[in-house]
Design a protein. Structure first.
Length: 245
């Protein structure tokens, strides 16, 4: 009797795994896809598949491929390895969704056009290239609670700051008990900048930096910097941005 029951259990598990492996991805998309996500041209199953294009929170991708990482199911997560082409770039990452709604990206490597993020950050005319390499990036209720990696921005164009490109910047992110912090510095920008960014679990953020003109800083940008106040003895202005996400 025990042997028979064991065979029944094995049979049920095999059936469930078979249904899971072959469950059509397009059906799962219609049933479970959250707001802000749109995918079209879906082929394959939730185990492994392909989509012609998709949009995730305003970021457009194409040639999206996914493959389930089933061992994460034992930790209560639905996880996938994904690869996709972005506008003038790409995205590769391991993505996991927890039972409580947390989302994590691990081994993230991406190159994205900032132009595709204009509506997300609310800055018309934004352009440039963002290169990301993160060991992990974890969100809870849409707020980053863990981040370990680097973000490099090249050829940044932000018309609200200056009509021409202001160059490149680099941010290195770390996770602390108080939240996510990052050190920020210029790389080949037209200004010198060194600062820090912090994001707390209560959704507040703070960016503090010292910024100074270089020999190559355009005259009109130098004039704008005077609105930041009185520079210190090294000619640096304090830049402070605070708010809530």
């Amino acid at each position: 009797m025990l042997t028979r029951s064991r065979f029944v259990i094995i049979g049920v598990i095999t059936l469930l795994l078979g249904l899971l492996i072959n469950f059509p991805a397009r059906v799962a998309h219609h049933w479970f896809t959250p707001a802000g996500v749109a995918i079209s041209g879906i082929q394959g199953s939730i185990w492994r598949g392909h989509a012609l294009e998709g949009e995730f929170g305003g970021i457009y991708v194409r040639n999206l491929n996914w493959r389930m990482q089933p061992w994460h199911l034992f930790t209560g997560e639905l996880a996938y390895g994904i690869e996709a082409d972005a506008v003038s770039g790409f995205v590769n990452s391991d993505v996991a969704i927890g039972i409580g709604g947390s989302a994590s990206l691990r081994n993230l490597t991406a190159s994205l056009s900032l132009q595709s993020m204009q509506s997300i950050v609310g800055m018309p005319g934004l352009d440039g290239t963002a290169n990301l390499q993160f060991e992990r990036l974890v969100f809870e209720n849409g707020i980053p609670v863990a981040a370990d990696g680097t973000l490099e921005v090249a050829n940044l164009l932000a018309p609200l700051i200056h009509r021409s490109s202001v160059g490149g910047f680099r941010a290195e992110f770390f996770t602390q008990e108080s939240g996510v912090i990052a050190s920020v510095e210029d790389t080949d920008a037209v200004v010198e900048l060194a600062g820090s960014l912090s994001v707390s679990s209560d959704r507040t953020y703070q960016f503090l930096a010292q910024v100074a003109p270089k020999d190559t800083t355009p005259a009109n940008l130098r004039e704008q910097m005077r609105f930041l106040g009185t520079p210190n003895e090294r000619g640096q202005y304090e830049l402070r941005l605070e708010g809530q996400l």
